[in-house]
Design a protein. Structure first.
Length: 234
């Protein structure tokens, strides 16, 4: 599961939510995607970060993981399986801005990956993306990958760390392609666990490391989202 197709729906109305029927229809289409190894369907949550307040989370997002970039590209090609998703006519997502990006997924170790989520609840991920540009991207990404996830390891209650880096990819989807230079996702048991982690001493260590990054523009954007995860044996 080294390659991820990431799609985000952004509604101008911060209070908007995806309808249950639309979520069920998306789930059915995604679950039937050839060669898909893991799906993550995200809905908005709320948490507090000591350093950033980036506004409400997107109305919906998804992460589809594949073993190869060819597996990723096939369902988003002309006539591919996921064209059905673009043509589904989902009323609660009508009018949303939709962004897509394919990326290389890099998992990093955590001290305890065992989630403690109450029955009927969902774990929560802190989704972060860097929309700007580094003056020297090679220097920037080398520094980030050899410093920042090693500090993330110390967050209390972190269950998963994933860093996503750029690739070139092919698609025929009717959505806006974005080229964010990097993303990361941290999994916690709940939105409250995110808040506690983002007010811990580790968050201050993260900020100190952030201030040592090689020069770049655009800062970073943080959004907490509940995660529905499904694994596929294909």
């Amino acid at each position: 599961m080294q390659f991820s197709y990431l799609v985000t729906w952004v509604d101008a109305d911060a209070s908007a939510r995806i309808a249950a029927d639309d979520l069920a229809r998306i789930t059915a289409i995604v679950d039937a995607t050839p060669a898909l190894r893991r799906s993550r369907l995200y809905t908005p949550e709320s948490a507090d970060d000591y350093y950033t307040q980036d506004g409400p989370s997107p109305i919906f997002a998804m992460q589809l993981d594949y073993d190869t970039v060819f597996d990723l590209e096939a369902p988003i090609a002309a006539g591919g399986h996921l064209q059905a998703l673009a043509a589904a006519g989902l009323p609660s997502l009508a009018g949303c801005r939709v962004e897509q990006q394919a990326m290389l997924r890099r998992p990093f170790p955590v001290a305890d990956a065992h989630a403690c989520v109450p029955e009927g609840a969902l774990p929560c991920q802190f989704l972060v993306h860097y929309p700007g540009h580094a003056i020297d991207f090679d220097e920037w990404i080398n520094y980030y990958l050899t410093h920042h996830p090693q500090i993330m390891f110390d967050f209390p209650g972190v269950r998963e760390i994933e860093i996503f880096t750029r690739i070139d990819w092919l698609d025929a989807m009717p959505w806006t392609r974005v080229h964010y230079m990097q993303r990361n996702k941290l999994m916690f048991d709940s939105a409250q666990a995110i808040t506690e982690a983002m007010h811990s001493p580790v968050r201050h260590a993260m900020r100190q490391d952030f201030e040592q990054f090689p020069p770049f523009t655009g800062s970073n954007i943080h959004h907490p989202m509940a995660a529905r995860t499904t694994y596929f044996a294909r």
